[in-house]
Design a protein around this ligand. Structure first.
Ligand code: NDP
Length: 392
């Protein structure tokens, strides 16, 4: 039925490729492109059906344009890094192809992520009659879909949303990040921020915590952080009064992070070292285990969901809508751990809904602006079943 071009052959790119390959009636042709061709070869060799591979530097619009013209995909799935978002969107506009990603644009020289840069493409995509779907991973992605589903079916009025992300996986390393270390550490060391009564309130990094009893995992300490889906949900969920995001970290992870921060290893300003300019965080990334290598060694589960409070039929309602994912089961299926899995499956589902015309539109959309029902059905079918826990 359609052709997909996947850009980025990291942990998430591997899962997207595996999952697209599992649905040959939708994705008849798959091309995986990335900066380092060896990464694409490795993923290609894991699959039981043939795919195309290509080398591309997606920072260079002309290279991506040439690739798109050769491959002629129906949709480009961008699972490279957030730095490439705008360049890939430009290439899609130039070639007339729909676009999907899992993380919002972030300039390389500033630890700041927000949707403004990508929302600014609204008119251009609209005018071109093209669709750009932003943030179709797990968080953002499934968490936004959970909120949209809750708004459509479970509540008449939503008052508060707490997005809770727990990873109880153990990879056996003293310190490693589950996805791109640079992006992960930039996110975790940033100040916390949440939305309340129309205002954005800031907190010091990891200074606010609570304990939540995660289904399938048990009680875990979770820390308030800023996360990109808060920005679009505050805009798109009617009447919501407060939205926060929480993530669990082990004491061991926080101990290492604190030391690395204190000695300046998480900085993003270049420093001169023996005649070379190096960015400490990029150097640290080089030293840390490659997230893709964590797959075979990670045991345990993730639980990510939305704790939502509001009114239904005039009565207060509070529920947790969530998914539990097992690292080892993911590895057995697609040779990746659950963090990449929970991101890659929703990216494939979003692309599937676009290719099959179930999600249609011209312009730039966050996933919660689209119909959540077909997405929720596909989550159950493609490896991320969800559950609703009614709370007292
Ligand atoms: P990785 O670092 O494992 O992979 C990124 C891949 O992109 C690498 O193969 C890298 O190539 C490639 N790449 C980097 N720069 C370029 C470029 N200029 N041109 C072409 N390819 C390039 O990251 P992940 O797979 O863990 O993450 C992928 C994306 O998913 C990120 O944007 C991340 O923020 C997002 N994400 C979203 C989540 C969500 O729930 N929404 C959760 C987790 C991740 P090379 O091998 O040459 O370095």
């Amino acid at each position: 039925m359609g052709k997909v071009l996947i850009i980025g052959a990291g942990g998430v790119g591997g899962v997207v490729t595996h999952k697209c390959a599992q649905v040959p009636d939708v994705f008849e042709e798959i091309t995986l492109a990335s900066r380092t061709i060896g990464r694409c070869e490795k993923i290609r060799d894991q699959l039981s059906r043939p795919i195309g591979i290509a080398a591309v530097d997606a920072d260079k619009v002309a290279e991506t344009v040439a690739l798109i013209k050769r491959v002629k995909p129906d949709v480009v799935v961008n699972v490279a890094l957030p730095y490439q978002d705008l360049a890939i969107m430009d290439a899609c506009l130039e070639t007339g192809v729909d676009y999907l990603d899992t993380a919002n644009y972030e300039p390389p020289d500033e630890a700041k992520f927000c949707y403004k840069w990508q929302w600014d493409y609204q008119e251009r995509f609209k005018k071109a009659g093209l669709m750009a779907v932003l943030g179709s991973g797990f968080d953002p992605g499934v968490t936004n879909i959970f909120c949209a589903y809750a708004q459509k079916h479970l509540f008449d009025e939503i008052n508060t949303i707490d997005i809770l992300d727990a990873n109880a996986g153990d990879h056996g390393h003293p310190f490693a990040t589950n996805f791109n270390p640079e992006i992960n550490i930039r996110e975790v060391t940033a100040r916390g921020k949440y939305f309340e009564e129309g205002k954005w309130l800031k907190t010091d990094p990891l200074s606010v915590q609570m304990t939540f009893d995660f289904p399938g995992i048990g009680p875990k300490k979770a820390y308030l952080m800023y996360h990109e889906e808060l920005e679009s949900l505050a805009k798109n969920i009617r009447g919501v009064r407060r939205i926060r995001f929480w993530m669990t970290f082990s004491d061991n992870y926080l101990k290492h992070l604190e030391v690395l921060q204190n000695v300046g290893m998480t900085g993003i300003e270049p420093v001169e070292f023996e005649g070379h300019q190096i960015v400490p965080l990029q150097f640290l990334k080089k030293l840390l285990p490659d997230p893709a290598s964590l797959g075979p060694r990670t045991k345990g589960k993730t639980c990510i969901g939305c704790l939502i409070e509001g009114l239904k039929d005039g009565k207060p309602r509070k529920l947790f809508i969530y998914n539990v994912c097992d690292h080892q089961e993911c590895y057995r299926e697609v040779q990746s751990q659950a963090i990449s899995y929970t991101t890659g499956v929703p990216a494939m589902i979003g692309a599937m809904l676009m290719v099959t015309g179930v999600w249609k539109g011209a312009g730039v959309f966050n996933v919660e602006e689209l119909d959540p029902d077909p997405f929720m059905d596909k989550l159950n079918l493609h490896g991320l079943p969800w559950h609703i826990l009614e709370m007292a």
